[in-house]
Design a protein around this ligand. Structure first.
Ligand code: GRF
Length: 226
């Protein structure tokens, strides 16, 4: 772990939209005993609702519009420059909708997390809930993983299982999974920022006593009626 022992890790968050996961991370990092602090929020669009959440929390936020750059590399270098200027240790993608090339993912290798609304490696990409419903799965969930260049791939840090219901639509299932995401992302960031979870090759090792067990299911919210 490259973070300074005893200090709270400095986190930069990448967003593109609503920012509800950002909101959950902000709430968690307000606790004095949380091992990380959010020092910067970057959005690739001025329309991201999450920018307002950052402003309300007094966190520095900037828009780096990907459309202003001729190449992906130029955009990614601008992101990295902002993150490095803010002395960021860990980058968290939270609903960031741009694909990143190895230029960015290697620069932040083993220091970048992403949350995805499925139990990876199932249902990479978009429309996860539609596909889970159409396959008739009874359990889905969400995953926080270390970012690699390939989309939605990389060592798994934490997962939460969420049941589907027979009457589910993509919207009702998304809402149930999102509630679990809001529990899981702060949990995963705390494990990572504290050094309790470390990347070893292509797996994450979690310190004795803190390993994920079937209790991870506890991160799923109680069954909602209907
Ligand atoms: C979440 O479902 C996240 O898993 C996915 O995009 C969505 C972002 O939602 N990557 P929000 O912007 O955090 O509300």
């Amino acid at each position: 772990m490259r973070f300074t022992a005893g200090a709270r890790a400095r986190v930069g968050i990448l967003i593109s939209g609503r920012g509800s996961n950002l909101g959950a991370l902000i709430a968690a990092t307000l606790r004095d005993d949380f091992p990380a602090q959010i020092v910067l929020v970057l959005s690739n669009t001025a329309k991201a609702g999450g920018l307002r959440l950052a402003a309300q929390a007094g966190i520095a936020a900037r828009v780096i519009d990907h459309k202003a750059y001729e190449s992906r590399g130029g955009f990614e270098d601008a992101l990295s420059a902002e993150l490095e200027a803010a002395d960021v240790d860990i980058v968290c993608n939270a609903g960031f909708m741009r694909l990143l090339t190895s230029r960015f993912t290697e620069r932040w290798r083993d220091r970048q997390l992403n949350i995805h609304p499925s139990l990876l490696p199932a249902y990479k990409g978009l429309n996860t809930h539609e596909r889970a419903i159409s396959d008739g799965v009874s359990i889905t969930g969400c995953t926080v993983h270390i970012v690699r260049e390939a989309m939605d791939e990389g060592p798994i840090l934490a997962q939460a299982a969420v049941p589907t219901r027979p009457q589910d639509t993509a919207e009702t299932l998304a809402a149930r999974v999102l509630a679990a995401e809001h529990q899981l992302y702060p949990h995963a960031l705390a494990l990572f920022a504290s050094g309790a979870a470390r990347v070893v090759g292509e797996r994450v090792e979690i310190a004795e006593g803190l390993q994920q067990t079937p209790e991870a299911v506890l991160y799923a919210p109680p069954l909602m009626p209907g």
